[in-house]
Design a protein around this ligand. Sequence first.
Ligand SMILES: C[S@@+](CC[C@H](N)C(=O)[O-])C[C@H]1O[C@@H](n2cnc3c(N)ncnc32)[C@H](O)[C@@H]1O
Length: 279
Amino acid sequence: VGRLTTVLVADRERDLAEFKELAERRRVAAYEEFFSPTTDPCGRWLLDRIARPGNGRAVDVGCGPGTLLKELERRGWQALGVDLTESMLRRARARGSAANLILADAAALPLPDGVVQLVLMAFVAPHLADPDRAYREARRVLGPGGFLACATWRESHRSPFTGLAFEVIRRCCRLSAEALALLDELDDRARRLPAATADAGLTPRMVRHVDGERRFGDAEAWWRGLVAASIGLTGVLQPLSPRERRHVRAEFCAAAEAFRTGEGLRVPVAVTLLIAERT
Ligand SMILES: C[S@@+](CC[C@H](N)C(=O)[O-])C[C@H]1O[C@@H](n2cnc3c(N)ncnc32)[C@H](O)[C@@H]1O
C-alpha cells in the first residue's frame, strides 16, 4: 500500500506539473494573441527612435515571448532577454532567437556595470514588485550615453483596453485595503514613470502619450481574451469567490457596452512611451 501511495502521489504530482505547464503555454499563446498586436508596435516605435551604436548591446527586461527581442536582433543589436517566467523564455527560445535568454529579476540583472547601450522595458512596470529598484538597475547596467526605453499602459480610466476590468473590480467588489492600495499604486506608477526614471538617475529625453484603439466583436470576446492573457488581472481575480467573479464578468460586459458602435466595440488604448538617457 505504501508503494502504491508513493506511485499515485508521484503520478498526481506529474499530472499537476503537466497541467500547470499546459496552462502556462496557453497563457503565453493568449498573451501573443491578445496583447502583442498592441504592445509590439509600441516597442518598434521606441526602437525607431534609438540609433544603434556599432556593435550595440541591448537587454530586453521582461522580454516575455520574445517578439521584441527578435526585432532588436533584426536591427543589429546584440540582444539579451531577461524574464522571471520560464514559459515566456521557452517561447522566446522557440521563436528562434539567437539572443541569450536568462531567468532573472529586473531588480537584480545578471550583468556588470555599464555594459549595455540599451535597456528595453516594454509593459513590465505593472508587474514589478519594486519598479524604482528596476530603474536603478537599468541605470547601473547602462554605459554613459545609453538609453532606457519604456512603454506602459496609462491609468486605468484613460486606457480601458486593460483598465476597464480594474475599474469594474474596484467599483463592485469589497476589496481588502491591500488590494485597493495596489490598484491605486498601479495607476500612480503609470503617472510617475518619467519622475521615477529621473529619480533613478536617468535624464528623460522623450515622453509621449499615445492613444490607440482595439476592436472586439462583443464584450465576451474582450473579457475572455483579457482573462486568458493578463497575469495582473488573474492575480486580482484569484482571491474573489466564484460568485464575485461571475458578478465582475457581468458588470464588465455591461460597462463594455459603452464602447459599442455600428462596427462592434471600439475600445481606447492609452500608452506612455519614454526614452531616458544615462548621461
Ligand atoms: C506584459 S509582459 C511584457 C512582455 C514583453 N516585454 C512585451 O512587450 O510583449 C511582462 C513580462 O514581464 C515579466 N516579468 C514580470 N516581473 C518581472 C521581473 N521582476 N523581472 C523580470 N521579468 C518580469 C513577465 O514574466 C512577463 O513576461
